[in-house]
Ligand binder design. Structure first.
Ligand SMILES: Cc1ncc(COP(=O)(O)O)c(C=O)c1O
Length: 358
């Protein structure tokens, strides 16, 4: 099978080194070897989360933890900040969990701003808020630090943040920002195979979870914490993801966190400049563009299926033809994970070549 290189915003390319780690032989999940593996990755995971709290690897995709956070923490009413396909869906998921939920909806591509959050939380109706830091469907990044400063004014509110497609691509200091749950998927900037998520939880959130009778079992935050005390997991985990994560953390610290963040920013800048030079508008409001992917408006009416077909046959790669209700009227180029700026420049050259043929 030809290897088609993925420049879609997740899953993304996984290096051979990571795949080798991922395919190491199994070990028992109740063995000393597993405990040693799990314990070995803790300090580095905590460093990337900027936290003293334990960090968990969940054998579920991000949605498992996103739903789990609702079940662990919402007893009164949750405010769902909505600005794209994933954040809009969180509102539906909260309701499907039987919770009272309210939408704070902005137009896709617009950011969620702290003032709007403050007005809602000041009503005193809410005990939790969900926010997607980097809305992958629209390539829009919300101003997390400013929002966190606002949410901190409401200590009764649990701040649940999806950093699924921004984690490890920029500094997101969990403890300092006062976040209560922060989660990420493995198939995004971490450049691991899909199928697992990483997350951490604040003391305030554990205390709330302890009061919740119907928080379930699989995503019970207290179960995760109790097991992690002996470097264990509540259930049989995807051991392969632990190996792959160990290998990836090695790479991340070999490059250095700051260098990694700078590379992601540079990739984004190069892609945005290229888009503008080619006459494409950027989909997100100016100043709120994602640093891990670029979402372009298809204002040139390019036949995106044809473009991707050419990229696939000529260059064995694909980009993304848009997501949800903006599929076709927008498209997305991912530049997260292991991609160097040279790789991104090469990709943009390939797209130029294929654009000439559509
Ligand atoms: C921002 C964001 N949140 C949540 C998800 C859902 O992740 P998963 O399908 O891996 O559960 C995605 C997937 O692309 C995403 O981009």
């Amino acid at each position: 099978m030809t290897h088609i290189k993925l420049f879609i915003p997740g899953p993304i390319e996984v290096s051979e080194k990571t795949m080798r780690a991922f395919s190491r032989p199994m070990i028992g999940h109740r063995s000393k070897d597993f405990q040693a593996l799990n314990a070995a990755i803790q300090p580095q995971l905590q460093e990337v989360f900027y936290t003293k709290q334990p960090v968990f690897v969940s054998t579920s995709s991000a949605w498992g933890v996103m739903e789990g956070a609702i079940r662990n923490l919402v007893s009164k009413k949750v405010l769902n900040c909505m600005s794209g396909a994933f954040s809009d869906k969180w509102f539906d998921v909260a309701k499907k969990c039987g919770k009272e939920a309210e939408a704070l909806q902005v137009e896709w591509g617009q950011p969620i701003l702290p003032e709007a959050i403050e007005a809602k939380l000041a009503t005193g109706e809410f005990d939790a808020i969900t926010l997607i830091h980097n809305e992958t469907s629209t390539g829009t990044m919300n101003p997390l630090a400013e929002i966190a400063a606002t949410v901190r004014k409401f200590p009764e509110v649990q701040f649940i943040v999806d950093c699924v497609s921004s984690f490890s691509a920029m500094r997101i200091p969990f403890d300092e920002l006062g976040i209560d749950v922060m989660l990420a998927g493995t198939q995004k900037a971490l450049a691991l195979p899909a199928g697992a998520a990483v997350f951490t939880v604040s003391e305030k959130a554990y205390a709330k979870a302890a009061t919740m009778k119907d928080r379930g079992y699989y995503f019970d935050f207290l179960e995760f914490r109790k097991n992690q005390e002996s470097s264990m997991t509540p259930t049989t985990p995807s051991i392969s993801h632990f190996y792959a994560l160990q290998s990836k953390l090695e790479d991340i610290f070999a490059e250095g966190l700051e260098a990694r963040y700078a590379r992601h920013l540079e990739n984004a800048k190069v892609t945005r400049a290229w888009a503008k030079e080619r006459g494409f508008n950027l989909f997100p409001k100016e100043g709120y563009e994602s640093i891990t992917l670029t979402c372009l408006s298809n204002n040139r009416n390019v036949d995106l299926a044809k473009l991707n077909g050419l990229l696939r046959t000529k260059y064995s790669c694909v980009i993304d033809g848009g997501y949800g209700k903006i599929k076709g009227t927008s498209f997305r180029i991912s530049h997260m994970g292991d991609e160097s700026t040279e790789n991104i420049r090469q990709l943009l050259g390939w797209i130029d070549d294929c654009l000439a043929g559509v």
